[in-house]
Design a protein around this ligand. Structure first.
Ligand code: X5A
Ligand code: ZN
Length: 679
C-alpha cells in the first residue's frame, strides 16, 4: 500500500445529498388529437411519479431544485436555429397547424405549451447538472417531460423536442471542462438522437440497450444494432446492446451491466454520469414488454453510483405504465439517497437471447477495450429469432399488472433503516469514525465465546486479545441477526479465527445463504454438511496448490503489481459480483487479514457494491491495526461515501483476463450470471 493512496482517503464522510427537479408546469401540454402512437405520453407520467415520491417520503428528503427555462444559446449547443424557430412557432398555432407541423416528424406532437415545457425540461436538466457539478449535491433525478433522447439537431422524434441529455453533456463539457462523460440509456428505445450527436466524439461514451427484435421494433434502424460502435475518433465509444426478444428480466439486465457496460465504464473512468432514465424497460410497460421489476432500477442505479465519483444525474425519458413508472422512479431516488437496496427478485439466470446480444456487443467492442480484448469472443452471425413465451403481460391485462406490482412492492419494501455499528477494543481511538456510526466496546468474553473458540483450539483460551476478538465477532453477528444494526464492523487480532467462529455461529441462526469473502491468505474450514448455506470466496496473493475447489468454495488469485491504479474492478464485475448475485446471500461477511493482496480502495469498492445484495446486511471483520480501513469502511457501510473515489483504475492485464475466464468457465455451470457467451 502506498502512502499516497492512504492519505487520499477522505477522513470525514461527505454529507450525501440528492437533488430532485420537478415542476408541475411540465404537465401543461398534451396530445390534442387522436393518435394511438403518441397517446401514451401523458402529463400524469410525471405528476403521479412525483406523488409516489411524496408518498414514500422521498421527495422531502431531496434538495428540491426549481426548474428554469433553457436559453436559446443552450438549446443551440445541439439544435439548429431553424429547428428552434419551428418549435418556437408552435406556441401560437391552432390545432390543425400543430398537427401538420407534428406530422413533419416521426412520432411527435406539439401543443401551444410544448415550447415552454421543452425549455423547462431542458433547463431543469441543466439545473441538475449544475447542482451535481458544483458539489451542492452528489446526485439527483430530473422528473421532466418532454423527454429527449430521440430528438435530433433539426428534428423532433419519439415525443422528444430538445435532446435534454445530449445538451446536458455538451453543457457540462463546456462549463466544467470535462474530458469524459458517460451516458447510460436504460430506456427501452434506442436513443438514436444521442448516438447521432456523439458518434464521432470519444469524450462521450454512450451505452444504450433497447428492444430491437432484429430491427422490427421502433425506430427500426440498422444503426441500432450491436455492430454500430461509433465513427472516426469516436470508434469504440458507442455501445449498442439490442434485445432481440421481449420479456427480458432482472437477470438479463444485470448480466448486461456486468459483462458489457460496467467494465467499459470503469475503464473509461468518466467524470460525470448522465442517465437517460426511461422506465419503459420495466415490468408492465406497454412499449417495452419487458419484465424487470422496480427494484432492478435500484440495482442499476447503485452500480452506476460507483463510477464518476458518484456524480450521477438521472433524467427521465420514457415510461408509460403509470404504476410501474412511479415505483421505478421511487426506487431510483431511494437508492440515490443511500438507502439499503431491496433484494433483486427473480432467477439470476440470463436467457439465451440476452447472452447472444451480450456476446455480440462484447465481440464488437473487443478491439477497443482492454477489459474485453483478451477474453476471446466469437461472433454469432445469426442471433436466434425464437420468441419468448414469458413476456410481460400485455397492457390489456391492466388489473393483472397492477395487482402484481402492488403485491411485489409490499414484498420487497421492508422498513430497513440504515444503521452501522463498529465494535472495537476498549480504549480504541474512535475520533475519526463517522458521527452516524454507533461505536461499541467489546465486553469481557463470556463462556459462549470460550466455547466457540475451544472448538478450534484449546491453547487459544489463554490469549486475551483473541478472546476479545471473538467476542466482538459474535456480538456483531447477533446484532445483525436481531435487527439491532443493519451492518457491523468487528475488529479482530486474528481475522481467520474470527471468520471461522463467525461461520460456525451463523449456522445456528436463521440466515439461509451466507456469502463469506476472505481477503488475504486464510482458509476457514467449511462444515462438510454445509449444503449450500455458505459460499466462500477467498482472494489471496497465491492460489493454494492443493485447492479444495467446489461450487461453494472458490479461490481467486489477485496479486497486482504496485503502481498507479488498480484493475480490481475487472475481477469485481467479471467474477465476484456475478457469483454473489447468482447466489443471492442474505448475509455477507467480508473478512480482511493482515496479509491482504488488494488495496484499501479495492476493499471499499467491493464492500460498497456487495452491500447492495443482502439488504445491507454486512459483517466486516478487520484487523485491529487497520485504522484507515476501519474509518473508510464506516463511511461506506453507513452510506456516507457519496463523492468518494474508488479509483484510479487501470485496465486489466492479459494474464488477469485469462485467469478469471478460466475460473469463470468452471463456476458458471452453477453461478449462471458468470456466463457471457451463448452456448
Ligand atoms: C421517449 C420515448 C418512445 C417513442 C415510441 C414511438 N419515446 N413509437 O420513450
Ligand atoms: Zn422509450
Amino acid at each position: 500500500m502506498s502512502c499516497a493512496l492512504q492519505s487520499a482517503l477522505p477522513d470525514i464522510a461527505m454529507a450525501s445529498s440528492t437533488a430532485l427537479v420537478y415542476d408541475e408546469e411540465m404537465t401543461s401540454y398534451k396530445l390534442l388529437w387522436d393518435n394511438a402512437e403518441c397517446a401514451i405520453e401523458v402529463p400524469e407520467r410525471i405528476s403521479l411519479s412525483y406523488k409516489r415520491l411524496q408518498h414514500y417520503g422521498l421527495a422531502e428528503r431531496c434538495v428540491q431544485l426549481p426548474v428554469r427555462e433553457a436559453t436559446e444559446e443552450e438549446i443551440m449547443l445541439i439544435h439548429s436555429p431553424e429547428y428552434l424557430e419551428v418549435v418556437k412557432s408552435t406556441q401560437t398555432m391552432e390545432v390543425e397547424e400543430l398537427r401538420k407541423t407534428s406530422e413533419k416528424y416521426i412520432a411527435a406532437f406539439f401543443h401551444p405549451n410544448s415550447y415552454r415545457c421543452a425549455k423547462l425540461s431542458l433547463g431543469g436538466t441543466l439545473q441538475l447538472v449544475d447542482a451535481v457539478m458544483s458539489g451542492e449535491v452528489c446526485n439527483g433525478l430530473a422528473l421532466i417531460r418532454p423527454p429527449g433522447h430521440h430528438s435530433q439537431p433539426s428534428e423532433s422524434n419519439g415525443f422528444c423536442v430538445f435532446n435534454n441529455v445530449a445538451v446536458a453533456a455538451k453543457y457540462a463539457k463546456n462549463k466544467y471542462n470535462l474530458q469524459r462523460i458517460l451516458i447510460v440509456d436504460w430506456d427501452i428505445h434506442h436513443g438514436q438522437g444521442i448516438q447521432y450527436i456523439f458518434e464521432d466524439d470519444p469524450s462521450v461514451l454512450y451505452f444504450s440497450w433497447h428492444r430491437y427484435e432484429h430491427g422490427s421494433f421502433w425506430p427500426n434502424l440498422r444503426e441500432s444494432d450491436y455492430d454500430f460502435i461509433g465513427k472516426g475518433k469516436g470508434t469504440g465509444y458507442n455501445i449498442n446492446l439490442p434485445w432481440n426478444q421481449i420479456g427480458m428480466s432482472n437477470g438479463d439486465y444485470i448480466a448486461a451491466f456486468f459483462h458489457v457496460l460496467l467494465p467499459l465504464a470503469f475503464e473509461f473512468n468518466p467524470e460525470l454520469v448522465l442517465v437517460s432514465a426511461g422506465y419503459d424497460s420495466g415490468f408492465g410497460d406497454p412499449e417495452g414488454l419487458m419484465r424487470a421489476t422496480p427494484e432492478c432500477f435500484s440495482h442499476l442505479t447503485h452500480l452506476l453510483m460507483h463510477v464518476g465519483h458518484g456524480k450521477l444525474c438521472a433524467v427521465l425519458e420514457g415510461g408509460y405504465h403509470l404504476g410501474s413508472l412511479s415505483e421505478s422512479v421511487s426506487m431510483t431516488v431511494r437508492t440515490l439517497l443511500g438507502d439499503p437496496l431491496p433484494r433483486l427478485s427473480g432467477e439470476m439466470v440470463p436467457c439465451f437471447s440476452a447472452l447472444e446480444s451480450i456476446q455480440n456487443a462484447r465481440h464488437a467492442h473487443a478491439p477497443y477495450w482492454k477489459s474485453l480484448l483478451h477474453d476471446e469472443t466469437r461472433l454469432i452471425q445469426e442471433p436466434s429469432t425464437k420468441g419468448l413465451s414469458t413476456a410481460s403481460p400485455k397492457h390489456t391485462d391492466a388489473s393483472i399488472i397492477d395487482e402484481f406490482l402492488e403485491n411485489h412492492m409490499k414484498k420487497i419494501l421492508h422498513a430497513v433503516p440504515q444503521s452501522t455499528t463498529c465494535i472495537l477494543s476498549p480504549g480504541a481511538d474512535t475520533s475519526r469514525l463517522a458521527t452516524n456510526v454507533q461505536v461499541e466496546e467489546s465486553t469481557a468474553p463470556s463462556d459462549q465465546v470460550k466455547a466457540a473458540i475451544s472448538v478450534f483450539s484449546q491453547e487459544n483460551l489463554g490469549n486475551d486479545s483473541l478472546l476479545q476478538s471473538v467476542a466482538k465477532t459474535l456480538a456483531a453477528i447477533d446484532k445483525i441477526a436481531n435487527g439491532q444494526t443493519k451492518n457491523c464492523i468487528a475488529l479482530s487480532s486474528n481475522s481467520s479465527l474470527s471468520t471461522q467462529v463467525a461461520l460456525q455461529h451463523v449456522s445456528n441462526l436463521s440466515f439461509e445463504r451466507v456469502l463469506c469473502v476472505c481477503i488475504g491468505d486464510m482458509d476457514p474450514k467449511l462444515d462438510a454438511t454445509n449444503d449450500g448455506k455458505t459460499l466462500m470466496l477467498i482472494i489471496s496473493e497465491d492460489k493454494p496448490t492443493e485447492r479444495a475447489h467446489s461450487d461453494y468454495k472458490c479461490f481467486l488469485k489477485w496479486n497486482e503489481s504496485l503502481g498507479e491504479g488498480s484493475s480490481f474492478f475487472y475481477a469485481v464485475f467479471r467474477f465476484i459480483l456475478p457469483v454473489a448475485y447468482s447466489y443471492q446471500p442474505d448475509l455477507i461477511i467480508i473478512s480482511v487479514e493482515n496479509n491482504r493482496s488488494i488495496g484499501t480502495k479495492d476493499i471499499l469498492l467491493l464492500t460498497s457494491l456487495l452491500q447492495g445484495l443482502s439488504e445491507g446486511a454486512v459483517l466486516s471483520i478487520v484487523p485491529e491495526s487497520e485504522l484507515e480501513l476501519t474509518v473508510a469502511l464506516c463511511n461506506v457501510l453507513s452510506g456516507c461515501h457519496s463523492g468518494m473515489d474508488f479509483g484510479p483504475y487501470k485496465p486489466p492485464t492479459e494474464e488477469c483476463v485469462q485467469d478469471l475466464k478460466d475460473e469463470a468457465v468452471v463456476m458458471e455451470k452453477k453461478w449462471k450470471l458468470l456466463q457471457c457467451f451463448a452456448k
